[in-house]
Design a protein around this ligand. Structure first.
Ligand code: AMP
Ligand code: MG
Length: 847
């Protein structure tokens, strides 16, 4: 039903309808293909063309005279729809459907519809020409001799077959056999389509957009200047657009060919058209003018061998099921001539639609006097109309960009409309939020210690400290450290097992005005030594059993356990402020994928901004108890540590033995109610092997982050803890812990328009901007993979003592906007790839 040829012909003048009927009957008598059926005889695989003699053909007549214009238009649309949706009875029915609609005294529409087996675009055009010619001849009372019998489709088909198999076509067949590689790119991944796993029906739909005549003229001039046709130029742009959207550097586009390479068949009726494979390899820095020339040459060469191209000729494709033997992407161009006139009566093609082969998306450009009609034909089982509308719009932007800079590199041509740009750069990044003025992070803790002195602040196994006790200990340590010279911008190593001392140490360093550099006790000793040396750590806080293992080093150290008595001599009072929000809070080493580890330097204001933003975004204030199960040598754990201590919550530091033991952890969690847990998905998956996995999960908030998360894991979690809200959280250390969050409400339904394989990473937190950019630092359109760049309040100061590296990864921000509360002069380049989903959430795609 999807494959048919339809056209409507506007007839203006004194039409004599019976005469038109006679003219049509005569045409039908002349052409066998117009009175043909297709019958599959018993035992035959391929149907036969059966030519019938029933010359009497019915023309349906419709009277729309006297109706208002609007009603006429509606009724016409309905009629055209009905005509084009009809299912032909190929075996016995009449396959040439003709209707005449009277619109006015001197205005008619002639509607013609045939199955694509009988007609293509050229057939329709020839038919119209023939109608005009015969009608005019009748007007002038010229005798029409029946002697000039046209060539019949059956004979031409046989002749073509002979040619195809004959000696002369051998070269052509050989050519295509050698080019079978290009067929590999005929079916390509269209990442902006809906990922459908089911093999779907073909449901073609159409979306139109007009390109103004004045600009078409400019395009024609560019084509002319480069010695190619406008059709080649349009196809080149189509190719470039799809490459930009899909990132497939190699693509093969099915290019329309009327199949009438011989003079004898130029005006023959019947299906001769086909799509020919035009393959091209594209790269960012290729110049448009060069690609134009190249595609022009490829098309010339392809068309030279048009007669010998057929899917079943090309090696492995002959074995494929016919449903996959089509080009995903197609291109057609048509030059529409205006009015055909037969003296005082005129005939003009009004609308035309032909679909003779399957596609996923096909651009059909029709040029006429009023401009360029760009029709996007698409398989609606794969694309939503919104996606296609955007595609059409992008095509027009690209054409305009070509007009303004035909010499540009193809990676630099514009494809985004202003509206799209605003959405990507501004709308999605409207995260401005007012927070109390910048303070130091430990000041927030001190407020809690003051307001809730007897609240439990931290628990480790069977030990615990209230807010007042923790504050006093941290203050004693801070005073002690200040005497050792610790102050703003001084680094203090924190080489401590997971314990109460860890939290005392961390707060003590901050309160002394210094910045902490956490070192994981499981790190090899050389790595610890390297970091101490590289960061020029002034003092190292540790524990007796750890320090004994360290090799000799010049770094001064203090043991929080064995030396505590000395520390406890110090005052327990809060320290007077000399540290500012712009001072360093911590330096974290990240291994990075290559090269030596680098220290990321984070200031108080970034940590504060993160703590405020994440507390608000995930509504962590509903949580009373928090558990930290990851190393403090990564910033992962900061998602719970600081929100807990800054809002008066209870922080459970889980012992090293328990964090990797499902039963032991389940035991702890069943004795202590935990509201909020942040954990890496693979860590959680390993813990869910516990005999009672539901015990591992928190009551209210589960925050997953640090790596990709699968829907599969979510499904399991939800079955164990249906009332716990789950969030995916993404971010690099360089932008302070995390910048994107995605609340998981439900498993996405399995609709054809379902989302990707992994859980999205969502949208930016407060005062944060996310940009997905291409290699030219231009935003990529929705759905297209781009590199993640981050701007905003969480951006780290840079790498510690690595100015070149800082300059390389923290680049000047070209997208500042007055609407954003925090103007960040830099963007951090993550090296991660991601894309926007249709709803504005971001999906992580890897590195
Ligand atoms: P780090 O700087 O060590 O925290 O590592 C940050 C990197 O981990 C990011 O650049 C991502 O490649 C990856 N990552 C972090 N969170 C997620 C997440 N939720 N989903 C996928 N990858 C993540
Ligand atoms: Mg991190």
């Amino acid at each position: 039903g999807s494959y048919y040829a339809f056209c409507s012909i506007l007839v203006e003048g004194d039409l004599q309808t019976e005469k038109l009927g006679a003219v049509l009957q005569r045409i039908i008598r002349r052409h066998e293909i117009l009175r043909t059926n297709f019958q599959t005889l018993p035992g035959m695989r391929i149907p036969l063309q059966v030519i019938t003699d029933n010359a009497k053909h019915l023309i349906s007549e419709y009277e729309f005279r006297g109706l208002g214009l609007a009603e006429q238009v509606t009724k016409l649309q309905l009629l055209c729809r009905e005509k084009s949706r009809q299912t032909f009875d190929l075996e016995r029915g009449s396959l040439f459907d003709i209707s005449l609609v009277t619109l006015d005294a001197k205005k008619y529409l002639l509607l013609i519809c045939l199955p694509a087996l009988c007609a293509d675009r050229s057939t329709l055009e020839s038919l119209v020409q023939e109608i005009i010619h015969d009608y005019a001849a009748w007007l002038y009372r010229q005798e029409l001799s029946d002697e000039s019998q046209p060539l019949q489709y059956a004979d031409l088909a046989e002749w073509q077959n002979e040619l195809f198999e004959g000696e002369e076509a051998k070269l052509g067949r050989e050519y295509w056999r050698q080019r079978k590689d290009i067929m590999a790119f005929a079916n390509c991944q269209l990442n902006f389509a809906n990922p459908t796993t089911l093999k779907s029906d073909f449901k073609p739909e159409l979306f139109n957009l007009c390109f103004p005549a004045k600009k078409v003229f400019e395009l024609a001039a560019i084509a002319n200047e480069h010695d190619v046709s406008i059709s080649v130029l349009l196809q080149t742009c189509w190719h470039i657009l799809l490459w930009r959207l899909t990132k497939n550097a190699d693509m093969t586009i099915g290019t329309y060919c009327d199949g009438r390479n011989y003079e004898e068949i130029e005006s023959a009726l019947g299906l001769f058209s086909k799509f020919l494979p035009v393959h091209c390899h594209l790269e960012d820095e290729f110049k448009f003018s060069e690609v134009l020339k190249q595609i022009g040459e490829i098309i010339d060469e392809t068309f030279k061998w048009q007669d010998s191209f057929a899917w079943d000729q090309i090696g492995e494709f002959s074995k494929k099921i016919p449903e996959t033997s089509f080009f995903d992407i197609c291109f057609e161009f048509e030059e529409q001539s205006d009015f055909h006139s037969a003296t005082d009566i005129s005939f003009a093609i009004d609308k035309q639609y032909v679909c003779f082969d399957r596609f996923k998306v096909k651009l059909s450009c029709v040029r006429n006097s009023s401009g360029l009609l760009t029709e996007l034909h698409y398989d609606s089982s794969l694309f939503q109309v919104g996606v296609i509308e955007r595609l059409a719009e992008q095509f027009h932007i690209l054409l305009e960009s070509v007009i303004s800079k035909p010499e540009a590199a193809i990676g630099q041509l514009e494809i985004l409309s202003d509206r799209d740009r605003d959405q990507l750069l501004i709308e999605f990044n409207q995260t401005q939020t007012e927070y109390p003025p910048n303070k130091c992070i430990h000041a927030l803790f001190e407020t809690q210690a003051n307001n809730n002195p007897n609240q439990i602040a931290v628990v480790f196994e069977n030990q615990q400290l209230t807010y007042a006790e923790l504050n006093i200990r941290a203050n004693q340590l801070a005073h002690y450290l200040q005497k050792l010279g610790v102050g703003p911008e001084v680094l203090v190593g924190l080489y401590v097992e997971r314990s109460l001392e860890l939290i005392v140490g961390l707060l003590g360093i901050l309160k002394a005005g210094g910045a902490y550099l956490p070192l994981d006790p499981t790190l090899p000793q050389e790595s610890v030594a390297f970091r101490l040396q590289d960061a020029q750590v002034a003092v190292l806080l540790s524990q007796q059993q750890l320090i004994e293992l360290l090799p000799e080093s010049k770094t001064r150290w203090v043991c929080l356990d064995s030396q505590w008595n000395a520390i406890a001599q110090e005052s327990g009072a809060n320290l007077s402020r000399e540290v500012e929000a712009e001072n360093l809070a911590y330096v974290l080493f990240t291994s990075g994928s290559t090269g030596k580890p680098k220290g990321v330097a984070v200031e108080h204001r970034q940590l504060l901004s993160y703590t405020n933003a994440i507390t608000e975004k995930l509504e962590l204030s509903v949580c009373k108890s928090f558990a930290t199960v990851s190393t403090v040598a990564a910033d992962l754990g900061n998602t719970v540590i600081f929100p807990a201590l800054c809002q008066g919550g209870c922080l459970h530091v889980i012992s090293p033995e328990r964090v990797s033991n499902p039963e032991a952890l389940a035991d702890y969690f069943s004795r202590h109610a935990i509201d909020c847990l942040k954990i890496v998905p693979s860590h959680l998956a390993a813990l869910l092997t516990a005999s009672k996995p539901e015990k591992i999960l928190p009551q209210r908030r589960l925050i997953l982050g640090g790596e990709v998360c699968s829907w599969n894991l979510i499904e399991r979690i939800q079955s164990y803890a249906p009332n716990c809200l789950i969030f995916n959280h993404y971010g690099p250390t360089e932008a302070t812990v995390g910048v994107l969050t995605y609340p998981i409400s439900a498993i996405p339904p399995l609709t054809p328009f379902q989302q990707g394989e992994t859980v999205p990473i969502g949208r930016p937190i407060a005062n944060t901007q996310i940009y997905l950019l291409d290699t030219y630092l231009q935003p990529v359109p929705m759905g297209v993979p781009g590199e993640v760049y981050i701007g905003g309040a969480g951006l780290a100061r840079g790498y510690f003592n690595r100015p070149e590296l800082t300059q390389e990864r923290f680049i000047p921000n070209p997208f500042n906007h007055s609407k954003f509360k925090v103007q960040s002069s830099k963007l951090y380049r993550t090296g991660d790839l991601a894309r926007y989903l249709p709803d504005g959430n971001i999906e992580f795609l890897g590195r």
